[in-house]
Design a protein around this ligand. Sequence first.
Ligand code: GRF
Length: 231
Amino acid sequence: MTMQLAVLASGIGTNLAAILKAIASGRLEARVKLVLSNKIDAPVQNVARQNGIPVWVRDHRAYESREAFDAAMLEAIRAAGVDAIALAGYMRMLSPMFVKAYEGRILNIHPAILPSFPGVNGYANAVDYGVRITGCTVHFVDEQVDHGPVIIQAAVPIGPNDTAESVMARIHALEHRIYPQALQWLARKRLSVEGRRVRLSAAKFPVTGVASAQTGPLGPWIVCPPLEEGF
Ligand code: GRF
């Protein structure tokens, strides 16, 4: 069955574009019903509109509290008949009330290997810290920032000449592959959570190995669990 998705985003929208591409190609069995943003001028809205997706944009500062803003989002999300929510560069904390309403059905993408470098500047913080490997994480959302159970992570090396921008470009390219994959696992109800560990039930096509390592135009990377065909 097609998963009815809402995407919360406040940025450029490259992850939304990647999700829509995966849907269009039939790899991701979902439909984006609504894109929501708290940033009036966020470019992600254009990506949504160009694809005929309704957009809900409100300035959160016009609401008296985080809960009031989240309640308004929730009302729009419910009215759109949404089953699951993807955060794709949504830069605000969600209230516990919102998380509870869609518990186990909200995913986030973060540009670092959690639990390292949570927060708004994942890429830059990893480069400034001097780590040799960084990457991106898709995880379930809980009430703490960048904290819920981890679904999939991809890693890239940081070389001596790398800058925050060059690392960001590589991570972004991987985000666009692991996020649609994680959402497809959610759509297929293949994810279950035991404590902090996420189990992925058997694939239609057997998954070989625990991780896959590859090298491409952007250099070497590793992803775990491995991406399935098409992602
Ligand atoms: C991504 O890097 C994501 O990891 C972070 O916000 C960024 C959103 O980028 N949470 P985009 O707007 O999807 O291009």
